[in-house]
Write a protein that binds this ligand. Structure first.
Ligand SMILES: [Zn+2]
Length: 246
């Protein structure tokens, strides 16, 4: 695919020798594309990503894929914390919740899909490790947010999507303030999927942030952090899919 070179000085060597096995998708959260490109490519910005995808479908290449771009910040997945060292990051232009969150454009999503396909061919990234910034930094980040069409990407073989949704499972909602075995079990399942959380048995603020991040990705109609029946069902389904490929 055709990319526009806009080299960023904000990168270093990947650390720790881990494979590149995570793909993190972001939105830029800036008033416009130029402002985002400026931030991502100037020393003062201290941030970068490997690519940026404009609303018109232009793909900018900022950091070489084999280098460590600075996009994830304080983050964790599957027990690993230096996500920048083992991931590729794509910034997708959208003003975000701060400057007027709006739908991603069809041509932009087409470009994201083509870009992701290439990356997934070049690196050993499994579908379950195609993640939102909010997945690796719950409570701190909410991008790319609930308007991002994860289901459409999954139809192209990019990332995981639940096979079934049902509202009639008989499962009771688990909500902030709850405590007990059922809370510990839910937390344990979220940890097993990859989220940075402790199975304390107390549905605290962190637990709510993680459930909300999970919902923004996999059940976008409501993302209040209450683990309702639908959310629990989807989590179980995704864990089954994980086990099936393990
Ligand atoms: Zn981000």
């Amino acid at each position: 695919m055709k990319t526009v070179e806009r080299p960023s000085p904000n990168f270093n060597d990947r650390q720790g020798g881990a494979p590149v096995d995570i793909l993190v998708l972001h939105y830029t959260g800036m008033p416009n594309a130029e402002a985002a490109l400026e931030l991502l490519t100037t020393v003062e910005g201290k941030v970068s990503s490997h690519y940026m995808v404009g609303e018109g479908g232009a793909v900018y290449s900022l950091v070489a894929e084999n280098m460590r771009a600075w996009h994830a910040g304080v983050s964790s997945w599957g027990g690993a914390t230096d996500i920048n060292s083992r991931s590729i990051g794509i910034e997708i232009v959208n003003p975000g919740h701060e400057f007027g969150y709006r739908p991603f454009t069809p041509v932009q999503i087409e470009a994201v899909i083509a870009l992701c396909k290439g990356i997934l061919q070049r690196w050993p990234i499994t579908p379950a490790r195609v993640l939102a910034h909010s997945d690796v930094a719950p409570g701190r980040k909410i991008d790319p947010g609930e308007l991002f069409p994860w289901d459409e990407l999954a139809r192209h073989g990019i990332g995981r999507w639940p096979r079934l949704h049902t509202a009639d499972t008989g499962l009771l909602a688990i909500a902030p303030g709850d405590r007990g075995e059922h809370v510990a079990r839910l937390q344990g399942e979220l940890v097993r999927y990859g989220y940075g959380l402790e199975a304390t048995g107390v549905f605290d603020e962190r637990s709510q942030a993680v459930v909300s991040a999970f919902q923004r990705h996999f059940r976008r109609s409501r993302f209040d952090g209450v683990a309702d029946a639908d959310t629990q069902f989807i989590l179980a389904d995704l864990l089954n899919q994980l086990d099936a490929v393990a």
